[in-house]
Each structure stands twice: as structure tokens, then as C-alpha cells.
Design a protein around this ligand. Structure first.
Ligand code: BTN
Length: 271
């Protein structure tokens, strides 16, 4: 594990805790920050200058954390997990870039399970606890021509109540892991469990087992949802499951089946 020395990199308790927890475990490099704009921005820059596979950027606080669809992501200090993992896809993985969102979400579900917390995935990228959003995933790709050179898997987890944004900033009901676990929990141990789960799940990324487990963890399975595509087209239908590339299969009222691909998409239960 290499701790790269760069301006702004943290050398405080947070950094020491992260380094101790990941000692001898992280296959790539590590950059830890007390405060940063966005770990995804740092990871994208690092990926394009040769970061090795499974390198991690993590910060205690983000001042300009980014969410999907141009939204901002709230990361106050001491309350959340905010990290970006750089993955260099193998040729096989390159054919299935859409699966990386599922890799992140399912690994978080696995990790939470080890703490006795049951979670579900609101397709495509959110993790829900008791029906409320506790985490979001932002996957961004560095392209070399037509080929995906690296994937940045950014994950934000609300660990303590302080990480939950104020209600006026919410577009979906939110919660935190601690509230649902009913007890305090170490975000650093949670980080380790998530990374361990990603390492394990990645080995089966293109297998039927991965898709089956991802599908089993889906929220609103067999329920009627509304899906907005690019904020223009709205589909209402029953969640049937996933396609092999991770797209969502929806049964429309007239019983035709439509496939919703990743992108600027968001989903809600139909009221
Ligand atoms: C979403 O639900 O809209 C996705 C949120 C992703 C937030 C994480 S926090 C770590 C990483 N850095 C960012 O700027 N965003 C992601």
C-alpha cells in the first residue's frame, strides 16, 4: 500500500486510522485527505496519470462532493464515508462497464450485512435502509478512444445522523447507517468491509451469480415504479429484474416489457 505524498493530503488521525485499517490489504495506492473538493475529481485525475488498479482516494470531508445528474453530495467532516476507488477494467470487464454500479451497490449491501444491517438497492445506484437512502454511488469512466481505460467508483455513505442532508436539500427520504443499526459503528471498519466485498464480488462480476444476487437485492421488485429517463420520458411499470448488462426490465401496463438503460435515470415507487 503506497501512501502518496501530495499537497493537501492528510496526516491526522483520520489518515492514520485509514492507513492502519488498510495495512497490507489495499492492492493499489492510497491518497487520504482531511478535506477535498471531490474524491471523484481527484481519482479521475490520478487515473489519467497512471494510478494502479484498486487505488483509493478517501476524504473525511468533501466541499464539492458530486452526485448523479449534476447534483451535489453532502459530506460534512467526521460523519460519512466518501471515497473513490480506481479500477482498471480487464478486457472482459470492459465489455460490461454498466456492471460496476452494481458492483459498488451490491458490495455495500454485503458489507452492511456483516454489521447486521439489511439494505436494498434502488436501481441504478442508491442503497436504501428501511426504504430511505443511506448511500449513493457515482461511477465515472476515463476513456482512451473507444476503450474504457479506468473506472472511478465513487461512494458516499451516510454513517452518522450528521451526514444526512437537511430536509430541504433532499430529493428522496434519507437516513444513515447508525440510525438503522441502532448503535454506533466504525466508518473505517465499514470501509474495510466494503473494499473486501468489492474484491470478492469483482471476481464474479460477469457470472450469473453476480446478476442473481444484484437482482435479489433490488428494492421494489414486482412493485410499480415510475422511472424518469433524462428527466423527460417517464415510464410507469412493474420492476421485473435486470438484463445481463445491468439494465432494468420493466413491465408496462399493457404488459409489454421495456428495458431501461443506465444514464440520467431516476426511479421512485409510484404512489
Ligand atoms: C448519488 O447518489 O447521486 C451519488 C453520490 C456519490 C457521492 C460520492 S462521495 C465520494 C465520491 N466523490 C464525489 O464527489 N461523489 C462520490
Amino acid at each position: 500500500m503506497a501512501l502518496t505524498s501530495i499537497p493537501g493530503a492528510s496526516s491526522n488521525n483520520f489518515s492514520q486510522e485509514v492507513q492502519a485499517a488498510l495495512q497490507g490489504f489495499l492492492p493499489g495506492g492510497l491518497r487520504v485527505f482531511t478535506s477535498i473538493g471531490s474524491t471523484n475529481d481527484e481519482a479521475l485525475a490520478w487515473a489519467s496519470t497512471g494510478a494502479p488498479d484498486f487505488s483509493l482516494v478517501i476524504a473525511d470531508e468533501q466541499t464539492h462532493g458530486r452526485g448523479r445528474m449534476g447534483r451535489s453530495w453532502f459530506t460534512p467532516p467526521g460523519a460519512a464515508l466518501a471515497f473513490s476507488l480506481i479500477l482498471r477494467p480487464t478486457p472482459v470487464e470492459r465489455e460490461r462497464i454498466g456492471l460496476f454500479a452494481g458492483l459498488g451497490a451490491l458490495s455495500l449491501v454485503d458489507a452492511l450485512q456483516t454489521f447486521g444491517v439489511a439494505a436494498q438497492i434502488k436501481w441504478p445506484n442508491d442503497v436504501l435502509l428501511a426504504g430511505k437512502k443511506a448511500a449513493g454511488i457515482l461511477v465515472e469512466t476515463v476513456w482512451m478512444g473507444m476503450e474504457a481505460d479506468s473506472v472511478v467508483l465513487g461512494m458516499g455513505v451516510n454513517v452518522t445522523p450528521q451526514a444526512v442532508p437537511p430536509p430541504e436539500g433532499l430529493n428522496y427520504p434519507a437516513t444513515c447507517v447508525q440510525a438503522e443499526a441502532g448503535k454506533p459503528l466504525s466508518r473505517i471498519l465499514l470501509l474495510r468491509a466494503i473494499l473486501q466485498a468489492i474484491l470478492r464480488r469483482r471476481t464474479m462480476l460477469t457470472s450469473p451469480t453476480f446478476l442473481h444476487d444484484w437482482e435479489s437485492a433490488l428494492a421494489f421488485r414486482n412493485e410499480i415504479v415510475r422511472v424518469w429517463v433524462s428527466n423527460e420520458e417517464v415510464f410507469e411499470g412493474k420492476v421485473l429484474g435486470l438484463e445481463s448488462d445491468g439494465s432494468l426490465r420493466l413491465e408496462l401496463p399493457e404488459r409489454t416489457v421495456t428495458i431501461i438503460r443506465f444514464g440520467e435515470v431516476h426511479l421512485r415507487p409510484a404512489l
